[in-house]
Design a protein around this ligand. Structure first.
Ligand code: N01
Length: 536
């Protein structure tokens, strides 16, 4: 990358944005449109955020492409032709690049800059932001647009340094194609990233061994090319689709729940699950209103998926190992393309490490008394979700208070947007906002627009500082706990609750009250003059 392409870090701007994923790109546009001088600091060499890093084979979005796309560029909405029902990583990355090019955003992005520190200076109400290169920039406003799944969980397995072959991490995949032809490959983990990559790797590798600690629920994507007619139908009334999205809990338009499962016979429930299985996609667990609230209702859905696994996988012992017993949907439901079918291939085997764990040797993997020789290992071990990217930066707010200390017992925010003690700092899709429980792209738009309106309001009213009140933050966190209490996700271990990372405080991090209710609350707060915020 040339110095011109990397960009020069300015000394002072109005707004520093961390990250040039979809949120960072939109914020740059909004800042420019509204007369704020802004820079985005991006650690990668390109735009696209999660889609820049997650280049593993099979990486694809689990929300339909016509919905997982922006609405703020009406011309692009009409001109861009998504080729498949679920877009692949290269296509989504091309879309992010198209936005950056069309809006000429690169001139305000500094690449290869990881933000390592940000300190609020109370004397002049400004943030001082430091990059890993040592470069510094001062700004009135500091916005973390760092994404929810951007820090890979780099598990340190015993013996890994002795391994003679390459080790890949799905969340930080090489930019050159990786060729597994003729190789013996191991995949560790069976979350979404593994479930997407395993069928692809199995087709290429001579031999693939999957090391599973916990089996996962997956439903078919039923992915297929989109026809011109399908795209045109949506494009002719895109506003309607966007409107239906925004009114749904997850910001995803689709088949509504039939009502409570308690009102339907087991046969009727299975019929609905079959219908959704054939249709494909993540709304499978939205078949009934209580699937994620009532253990009995959830168990019927889980039974259905287990029956499908047993029907699909030829070897009964492998099928049993693949059948999850935990709550369906507590961990994010995976959307797959030929995942379970892959276990019928002669070159694929599954190893249960739930009791034995694993260690890495010079030539492969050892689990219990068995050893497996492999040429390459893929870690599909997930992410330090929601808080990882924020806490990786040494953020110091009022009176030098560290974000790490403020969040020592778990993240605390007001609306997932602002934090008491950290004036003029905003988080896009931060903890305690709907974020990962929703369709991220339109949800990002709502946050970026709210933040921009807030900055304009401050400027118009001659104020330099805004900070979430302690009471407002406490009330919002209490509301989060209250709406989460009855939800099955609150009581199940997952990256949503932080339990995938040793030592991380445990608690459901995203807001589970749904997108419409959340947006209404944000709008009310803004309309009431940013109630719950202290301004100066
Ligand atoms: O990560 P995960 P992911 N020893 O945390 C295992 C999004 N995403 O990258 O369950 C052995 O789900 C771990 O085992 P266990 C999506 O939101 C989106 O797959 O903890 N195994 C698990 O099997 C998704 O939910 C798309 O027992 C270890 C796996 O590693 C999120 O990213 C595509 C281990 C981690 O699974 C995360 O998915 C892909 C250890 N020490 C991902 N540590 C889209 O479609 C961990 N594991 C948009």
């Amino acid at each position: 990358m040339t110095e011109t392409e990397r960009g020069a870090v300015p000394e002072t701007v109005d707004v520093v944005i961390v990250g040039a994923g979809f949120a960072g790109l939109y914020l740059l546009k909004l800042m420019r449109d509204n007369g704020f001088d802004a820079v985005a600091l991006e650690q990668g060499r390109g735009v696209g955020g999660t889609w820049y890093w997650n280049r593993y084979p099979g990486a694809r979005c689990d929300v339909e492409s016509m919905q997982y796309s922006h609405q703020y560029l009406p011309a692009l909405e009409q001109e861009w032709d998504w080729s498949e029902r679920y877009a692949s990583q290269p296509e989504i990355l091309a879309y992010a690049n198209e936005i950056a090019d069309r809006l000429e955003l690169r001139r305000d992005i500094c690449f290869e800059r990881q933000v390592v520190q940000a300190r609020f200076d109370e004397s002049d109400h400004e943030w001082s932001v430091v990059c890993d290169t040592g470069e510094r920039v001062r700004a009135r406003f500091f916005i973390m647009a760092t994404g929810c799944l951007s820090v890979p969980n780099k598990v340190e397995f015993e013996g890994q340094d002795s391994f003679g072959g390459p080790i890949y991490q799905t969340g930080n995949w090489p930019h050159q194609p990786v060729d597994f032809t003729g190789k013996k490959v191991a995949v560790i983990g069976t979350g979404s990233s593994a479930i997407q990559s395993i069928p692809q790797i199995a087709r290429q590798a001579a031999d693939l061994t999957i090391f599973q600690r916990t089996p996962n629920y997956a439903v078919p994507a039923q992915n297929r090319p989109l026809t011109t007619q399908e795209r045109d139908e949506i494009k002719s009334n895109y506003g309607d689709l966007r409107h239906r999205q925004a009114r749904s809990m997850a910001n995803i338009a689709g088949r509504a729940p039939l009502g409570p499962a308690a009102d339907a016979s087991r046969e009727d429930q299975w019929a609905e699950y079959q219908h959704r299985w054939d249709e494909g996609g993540i709304l499978f667990n939205g078949a009934f209103t209580d699937v994620m609230l009532d253990k009995k209702a959830n168990e019927v859905a889980a039974d259905f998926v287990r029956a499908k696994i047993r029907e699909t996988v030829n070897d009964p012992a492998t099928a049993e190992l693949l059948c999850p017993t935990n709550t369906l949907g507590a961990k994010r439901l995976c959307v797959d393309i030929n995942y379970f079918e892959t276990y019928n291939r002669p070159n694929v085997r599954l190893v249960d490490i739930s009791r034995t764990g694993l260690a890495i040797t010079q030539t492969g993997i050892k689990s219990g008394t068995n050893t497996y020789d492999v040429d390459a290992i893929v870690y599909a071990t997930g992410f330090d979700a929601m808080t990882g990217a924020i806490l990786r930066v040494d953020i110091q707010g009022r009176e030098g208070r560290h974000m790490r200390d403020h969040w020592a017992e778990g993240p605390r925010t007001y609306l997932g947007l602002a934090i008491n003690g950290f004036p003029n700092l905003f988080t896009v899709t931060g903890p305690a906002s709907p974020s990962v429980f929703t369709n991220m792209i339109p949800t990002i738009e709502q946050h970026c627009e709210w933040i921009t309106d807030c900055l304009c309001h401050l400027r118009d009213s001659g104020q330099r500082e805004i900070e979430a009140d302690k009471d407002a933050e406490n009330d919002w966190m209490e509301h989060n706990r209250e709406v989460g209490k009855a939800h099955l996700r609150s009581s199940s271990a997952s990256w949503y609750t932080g339990e995938n990372i040793a030592g991380k405080p445990i608690g459901l991090m995203p807001y589970i009250g749904g997108f419409p209710r959340y947006r209404e609350k944000c709008d009310e707060i803004a309309a009431d003059g940013y109630v719950g915020f202290r301004k100066a």
